[in-house]
Design a protein around this ligand. Structure first.
Ligand SMILES: C[S@@+](CC[C@H](N)C(=O)[O-])C[C@H]1O[C@@H](n2cnc3c(N)ncnc32)[C@H](O)[C@@H]1O
Length: 270
């Protein structure tokens, strides 16, 4: 099956409503399990790399929601590995309480949940100074950008990001229908195009921002998420040899060309 893997906690899967009480796969949750497994295939090699280099390592999952991802990562990797911590950051207190209780019941002692916004988590003393890997799966709107800022501040080795829709870039494009009077703005003149182009441009700017900070970036489609338009997976790995200067120049000139220079703080370079 998509299905269960050796040593997976039945109790966990039942609590996440992936398995029914009689240990059958819940059809409604089957897709969620498939998605998270698929993402796990991308994240597992990064965890193996980190765990080979460090005694203890930390993963922060921003906009954790019900923490499917965090729980499956813990169950499939952290549990057996015996070290490493996962922190889930979530603004909904009810979800934080539920996940905290579930982690306690499953004896997942190195899972922690904090009722914080991504932005507030940057200054929260309960998190380590350095975080090795940051995930953000459909963290709403600009929470994805905050997650990137968090990872840059925490000098993360890896980021795994599946962006949600972001309305900010489209709203600035809408204001500036014809920057520099050029025909380029035809790309976003119609409202539907403003939204779609805004969404793609947001991710292009995020990738350039990451490269300008020394990350090597891979963009791919998160297959298995066909039902969702939001299926772009961005994986960033810090690599001190990347050409930061060139990416920074491209980012600045792109912002100018499409009339978004007022957004240079959002996609800050240094
Ligand atoms: C679409 S859900 C995704 C949940 C989970 N990552 C998943 O993919 O199943 C987005 C979650 O992010 C939380 N959220 C939204 N903005 C946030 C912010 N600024 N800081 C922290 N959490 C946020 C919401 O409460 C919600 O639970």
């Amino acid at each position: 099956m998509t299905e269960l893997r050796p040593n997976q906690s039945i109790k966990l899967l039942q609590e996440l409503h992936i398995l029914t009480r009689d240990e059958k796969l819940n059809q409604d949750s089957r897709r969620k399990l498939k998605q998270v497994y698929h993402l796990f295939n991308f994240i597992e090699p990064l965890l193996k790399d980190l765990s080979a280099k460090k005694e203890n390592f930390s993963l922060v999952d921003h906009g954790a929601g019900k923490s499917y991802l965090g729980f499956i990562l813990y169950d499939l990797f952290f549990k057996e590995h015996g070290s490493g911590n996962i922190y889930g950051i979530e603004t909904r207190d009810d979800l934080v309480k539920k996940s905290t209780a579930l982690a306690r019941d499953c004896k997942f002692d190195r899972m922690h949940f904090l009722n914080l916004s991504v932005e507030a988590s940057m200054d929260d003393s309960s998190l380590p100074e350095e975080i090795d890997i940051v995930t953000a799966l459909h963290a709403c709107n600009t929470a994805t950008d905050d997650a990137i800022k968090f990872a840059l501040q925490k000098k993360s080795q890896y980021m795994v990001i599946v962006p949600c829709c972001q309305a900010e870039v489209a709203s600035v494009l809408r204001k500036n229908k014809s920057p520099n009077g050029n025909s380029l703005s035809e790309i976003w003149r119609h409202p539907l195009h403003t939204r779609e182009f805004g969404s793609q441009l947001t991710n292009v700017l995020r990738c350039l921002q990451l490269e300008a900070h020394g990350y090597q970036v891979t963009v791919t489609e998160l297959v298995g998420w066909e039902h969702s338009m939001k299926n772009e997976l961005i994986i960033a790995k810090f690599n001190k040899d990347t050409n930061k200067k060139k990416a920074a120049e491209k980012l600045t000139s792109l912002l100018n060309e499409v009339g978004l220079s007022e957004m240079s703080e959002r996609f800050f370079i240094s």
